[in-house]
Design a protein around this ligand. Structure first.
Ligand code: HMG
Ligand code: MG
Length: 299
């Protein structure tokens, strides 16, 4: 059985723009986010309070939040890896954050400069303080379907890291196929394993990158397994600079086209969204990889 409604968790401004070669000006980012909200997206991951040398594309997080008109009915989560990041987020009026762990040691080291244990120790005070301040906290776990350095990642290993992240006090979990290698059977098994580890379905989101063209099929498998929150990035922007084999996220337009066809409500206007992605593609100087954006482009 498929859900009647799906929440689209838009990650384009963060996961998308963090991987662009060029640095997008603050006013373009603010307009992008405003247009995404106009197209009906209610949860928009806005930026990251990470080390500016690690992700120069998002070094303007303070400036962006300073100029971004935020609709009080929408949610604008940001990535926060450590207490320094949390301090910066709190100083800028953030009310929703996401920490981001890894199912594998190699990626934990490359992305966070920490072992898995050390990264959990880094996240612990972040989640505790965030909760004390009344913030909503999401936990990502990366490399859930495979790792470019370690190969296959055992499901039990993913579920164990997911459990440990959630036990810190997070409200939601996003399962990240960072390099887009997963296939639908694997996704079904993964969700079963994570639910079996005691994480309720209504807290689980899926986060697919489309490197191998599997993201939409994987999403359908996740919906069939009972997941109702799906991460996607407008126009299919994105990747991860510390996992070079990662290309863009599942394109939000591709997702919404499929969900519209299935009669699943999202509140998103796919045509309006595609116009925004075409506009953004112009700003970035390259076409959107999304098939739906290409199909809806004026000929
Ligand atoms: P580190 O070098 O170990 O940092 O990096 P440190 O704790 O040793 O601190 C070194 C210096 O950095 C200190 O300054 C800190 O204050 C400063 P000093 O005292 O030397 O002058 N510093 C900071 N400054 C500003 N903001 C901060 C901050 N933290 C420390 N937040 C660190 C550790 C975690 C900071 C670093 O590894 C980092 O920033 N990593 C972020 C990497 C990242 O953003 N990756 C992409 C997002 S993850 C992703 O895309 C996957 C996902 O989409 C899901 C999926 O697809 O699977 C979520
Ligand atoms: Mg990602």
């Amino acid at each position: 059985r498929l859900p009647e409604r799906v929440t689209v968790y838009e990650v384009g401004p963060r996961d998308g723009l963090q991987n662009e070669k060029s640095i997008v000006p603050v006013d373009v980012k603010a307009e992008f986010i405003t247009r995404l909200a106009d197209a009906g997206l209610t949860t928009i991951e806005t930026t990251s309070f990470v080390h500016p040398k690690w992700i120069p594309q998002l070094a303007d997080a303070e400036d962006l939040l300073g100029v971004l008109p935020r609709d009080p009915l929408n949610r604008y989560p940001v990535l926060v890896p450590n207490e320094r990041g949390l301090d910066r987020a709190l100083a800028n009026g953030v009310t929703e954050i996401a920490i981001f762990g890894s199912a594998t040691e190699t990626f934990a080291q490359r992305n966070l400069n920490r072992t898995i244990d050390e990264s959990l120790a880094m996240f612990e005070p972040v989640v505790r303080r965030a909760r004390d301040e009344g913030l909503w906290v999401r936990a990502y776990v990366s490399m859930v379907c495979g790792d470019p350095w370690e190969g296959d990642v055992p499901l039990a290993q993913v579920a164990s890291v997911a459990r440990r992240l959630m036990d810190l006090g997070c409200s939601a979990l996003s399962l990240g196929d960072t390099i887009g290698v997963g296939t639908p059977g694997q996704v079904t098994a993964l969700i079963g394993e994570v639910v079996g580890a005691g994480i309720p379905l209504d807290r689980i989101a899926v986060h697919f990158h489309d490197t191998y063209g599997q993201a939409l099929a994987n999403t359908l498998a996740a919906l069939r397994a009972g997941v109702t929150v799906v991460d996607a990035s407008a126009g299919g922007l994105g990747g991860c600079p510390f996992a070079e084999v990662a290309t863009g996220n599942l394109a939000t337009e591709d997702l919404v086209w499929m969900l519209d066809g299935l009669g699943i409500e999202t509140g998103v206007d796919v045509r309006k969204l595609a116009q925004t992605s075409l506009w953004m593609a112009d700003r970035l100087g390259r076409p959107s990889p999304s098939r739906v954006v290409q199909a809806l482009a004026p000929k």
